[in-house]
Design a protein around this ligand. Structure first.
Ligand code: ZN
Length: 435
């Protein structure tokens, strides 16, 4: 691959991982996206669930059954932090179901409850909100941000690898400026960039939108600029551009809530449910409710109950049924409306079965060899760890130590003291591991 002209104070390697949300295989497979800088491409299997499952899986190299970051809301009245929001049920729905009101309230709740990750009340009814808990209270991008086990931030801190990781609260432009500034200094041995805007565009406009191509060209411009700057400081940039899932257009709407509420069952007494936009997760409080709901779901041709064996195969079977006792998943292109995620339809969605056409993610790289074992998005973690260790080792001899010093968060100077309690659990990739 292309190497920069050698300068004596240059570092050897910069691993540059660029995560473009929803830049799925179907989005780029017929597009020359990054062909000149990352010509080696592969389709990757996604993780069953939404970004709440996919992003933590990439960041930790583990699956939802292991890290327990799966779906946002769960039935858990004992631990619900939302009881104080219940009086809002008396406000007219015309106000409480409005997106702008919900967004404003979500910000308030996030501060009040000291949640550090992404938080949105979405369309959870205030009448039932005290029955639910929110499962992502920390940010999986930050150190110690996983529900269980370590992530890439922990690994980098622990290994004393100076790094840059995008701050998820910043805009794409700000994230770009921030990584560019860190790359320019030549101080970092690893960079992870997160750009979420394509996901929003696809949700709004659909996967055939004429706005997709200009958006991809914009990403290319940024990536070229990053490479240009990086090549002044590093002999080799190992570039990986990747995504977490694709995006399917939603041409069929299903009012699943109305179907369930037709039954002589009471929410909170007989059953509880979270209507995510492409699946519904049920908890049952008596056998009659379980049987009635199951029978009704079996009559709906637009979706199916996911058997335990299938959940297990997808690494999303939770023996304690924390995320739901029964998972009803829609066929690709069918959207549950209204749902607890939104009152109104959106043009496109992800979160269907990982083997549906538009679920697949993509990996594009300038590296000639992608090991065969890299077939699903959690495996990107293995590439990150491998390249971070390689950069650490090869860059060590380059330049005086002060040149390699870390800087303010999220770039770290050395492993924190004392060593993190879970140090033994930080996994080093084994490319022979089961896929
Ligand atoms: Zn999305």
């Amino acid at each position: 691959m292309e190497r920069s002209r050698y300068q004596p104070d240059m570092k050897t390697i910069l691993p540059l991982f660029i995560f473009i949300d929803a830049c799925g295989w179907e989005i780029i497979k017929d597009d020359p996206f990054c062909n000149t800088v990352a010509p080696n491409r592969r389709r990757l299997e996604s993780v069953f669930g939404y970004s709440s499952a996919c992003v933590p899986s990439i960041l930790s190299g583990r699956w939802p059954e292991e890290h327990r970051n799966w779906c946002y809301f769960v039935y858990d009245p004992k631990h619900s932090p939302f009881r104080w929001l219940k009086p809002l049920q008396w406000l007219p729905k015309a106000i409480t179901s409005r997106r702008i009101v919900r967004r404003w309230l979500s910000k308030l709740v996030k501060v009040q409850l000291k949640f550090h990750g992404y938080f949105d009340l979405y369309n959870i009814p205030f009448k039932h909100i005290s029955l639910f808990d929110f499962t992502e209270k920390k940010s999986p991008l930050r150190p110690r941000g996983m529900n269980r086990g370590p992530n890439i931030s922990d690994f980098l801190e622990e290994s004393g690898i100076a790094h840059h990781i995008s701050d998820p609260t910043r805009s794409e432009t700000e994230s770009f400026d921030a990584v560019l500034a860190d790359v320019k200094t030549g101080r970092i041995d690893f960079a992870f960039v997160y750009w979420p805007e394509l996901d929003g565009l696809l949700h709004r406009e659909g996967n055939q939108s004429p706005e997709i191509s200009p958006k991809l060209r914009g990403y290319e411009t940024r990536i070229h600029r990053l490479l240009e700057v990086a090549k002044e400081q590093y002999e080799e940039v190992r570039l990986y551009v990747f995504s977490d899932h694709g995006m399917a257009n939603c041409d069929t709407l299903l009012d699943l809530k109305a179907r369930i509420e037709q039954m002589p069952l009471q929410f909170g007494k007989d059953y509880a449910v979270v209507y995510d936009s492409t699946m519904a997760r049920f908890w049952f409080f008596n056998e009659d409710a379980r049987r009635t709901v199951t029978e009704t779901l079996r009559t709906i041709p637009d979706g199916s109950i996911v058997p335990d064996a299938e959940l297990e195969r997808l690494h999303c079977l939770f023996p304690d049924r924390y995320f739901g006792e029964l998972i009803f998943l829609m066929c690709e292109g069918v959207l549950i409306v209204p749902s607890h995620m939104g009152e109104r339809p959106i043009r496109a969605m992800h979160g269907y079965h990982p083997e549906e056409k538009h679920s697949y993610a993509a990996l594009l790289t300038n590296q000639p060899d992608i090991p065969d074992s890299i077939s699903a998005i959690p495996h990107i973690y293995n590439l990150m760890v491998r390249d971070a260790l390689l950069a650490k080792e090869q860059n060590r001899s380059q330049g005086p130590p002060e040149k390699r010093a870390g800087r303010r968060f999220p770039v770290t100077r050395k492993a924190p003291e004392p060593a993190l309690a879970f140090s033994a659990r930080v996994s080093i990739p084994n490319f022979e591991e089961e896929k």
